[in-house]
Ligand binder design. Structure first.
Ligand SMILES: C[S@@+](CC[C@H](N)C(=O)[O-])C[C@H]1O[C@@H](n2cnc3c(N)ncnc32)[C@H](O)[C@@H]1O
Length: 378
């Protein structure tokens, strides 16, 4: 990659220079750089959450979300036989809000808290600092951060990941009259060096495109776009292998489709709570794509875990008791607070809001749950 030392360069300048030197890059490489470039990546530089940021996630909408995830963790740990000391792992913990609510709810079983070592897998220094501020009052210095799941020590594990997989790079392939071709990102030919703009092109020879397309979609009509996320599959397989090697359970929550792989271009950019053109400002907007739950579950099974779901978020939160939790919070609230609690619950479970689009997959060590029943809510 070209010289990175020039401090005034934007990520767009760096990517444009790389493309001019090496040729067009995959959508996955563009996404990985836009989100994770070590100096200029979107997550690396800032805390993008909340009403002042670019988007809001379920734990930031209501404490009820993290509390119910926390009860799920406690229930899973108990049904695994309470395997003594274990790793409580979160992938992509954002502001640390979900883990804080999980730990507060887990106070119902002090043994759970006493046996847990908290591991946060997070690449962003800005968000690690935010997580430290959220969690230090609860955990003191007993928090371990890692860049990758591979770095978390082996052993019994309860793992959670909310809106982590949607931030992992996807690759796109497109069907033409001549077969499948990978979509790449190139520099717009008429844009200037000082203000580079980007456009999609198709690879010249179709070798990676035809390798990436799943067999079930090979006969899709011309013009179809298919997305695959080898990065997500690799993480899911690793979770599966962890759960095969030692007792544990994992919960992945995200937005996406249950019956994948599907045809469609779902890559999107969010900036200040509004959609933006995906290639417009790398590093300045959040880039995500729908998660293919079937392929996450399949990769985890390949790794050796058992999979459950997907279940829609509205359904799962209802089964876990969100109505009862909202009622008990509302009983102690002012009328204005009660209204907020109700509208937060609606936002999480209403099928027209997050209730249907967001889904959960659970993974577990095969046969490890004491009563052979599925994890709570599945
Ligand atoms: C959309 S946010 C979700 C945050 C949080 N789970 C929540 O629900 O509020 C994605 C999180 O994953 C982190 N992240 C993104 N890519 C990552 C990667 N490859 N490895 C580790 N963390 C990553 C981001 O820095 C951020 O904390």
């Amino acid at each position: 990659m070209a010289d990175e030392s020039a401090g005034s360069d934007t990520l767009a300048h760096l990517l444009a220079r790389r493309i001019l030197v090496d040729g067009p890059i995959s959508v996955g490489a563009f996404m990985a750089e836009a989100l994770g470039h070590p100096r200029l990546g979107y997550y690396i530089r800032q805390d993008p959450f909340g009403s002042d940021g670019d988007f809001t996630t379920a734990p930031e909408i209501s404490q009820m979300f993290g509390e119910l995830v926390g009860l799920w963790c406690v229930d899973s740990w108990m049904r695994l036989g309470g395997p003594g000391p274990f790793h409580l792992v979160e992938l992509g913990p954002g502001r640390g809000t979900l883990m804080a609510d999980v730990l507060r709810a887990a106070a119902v079983l002090p043994l759970f808290r006493d046996n847990a070592t908290v591991h946060l897998v997070e690449t962003s220094p800005a968000l690690r600092e935010r997580q430290r501020r959220t969690l230090q009052p609860i955990l003191g210095d007993a928090i371990q951060w890692h860049d990758r799941l591979e770095d978390v020590p082996d052993g019994p594990t309860i793992l959670i990941a909310n809106e982590f997989f949607d931030a992992l790079p996807i690759r796109q392939v497109q069907k033409t009259g001549h077969g499948w071709f990978e979509r790449l990102v190139d520099v717009e030919p008429d844009s200037s060096k000082d203000d580079p703009r980007f456009r999609f092109v198709l690879e010249a020879f179709g070798s990676s495109g035809s390798r990436l397309v799943p067999d079930a979609l090979r006969d899709a009509p011309d013009g179809s776009v298919v997305e695959v996320s080898p990065a997500s599959q690799a993480v899911a397989q690793l979770i599966g292998a962890r759960l095969a090697a030692a007792p544990g359970a994992a919960l992945a929550i995200d937005y996406g489709y249950a019956q994948g792989p599907a045809v469609g271009d779902t890559l999107q950019a969010l900036r200040r709570h509004a959609f933006a053109p995906v290639l417009e400002a790398p590093g300045e907007a959040d880039l995500t794509a729908h998660v293919d739950f079937a392929s996450i579950a399949a990769a985890a099974r390949e790794g050796g875990a058992q999979s459950f779901g997907p279940v829609e978020q509205g359904e799962w939160l209802t089964r876990l008791g969100i109505h009862q939790r909202a009622s008990s919070l509302m009983a102690k609230a002012t009328p204005a607070q009660a209204k907020d609690i109700r509208s937060a619950m609606d936002r999480l479970i209403d099928p027209a809001q997050m209730g249907r689009l967001f889904k959960l997959v659970a993974l577990a060590t095969p046969g490890a749950f004491a009563d052979a029943s599925p994890p709570a809510g599945f």
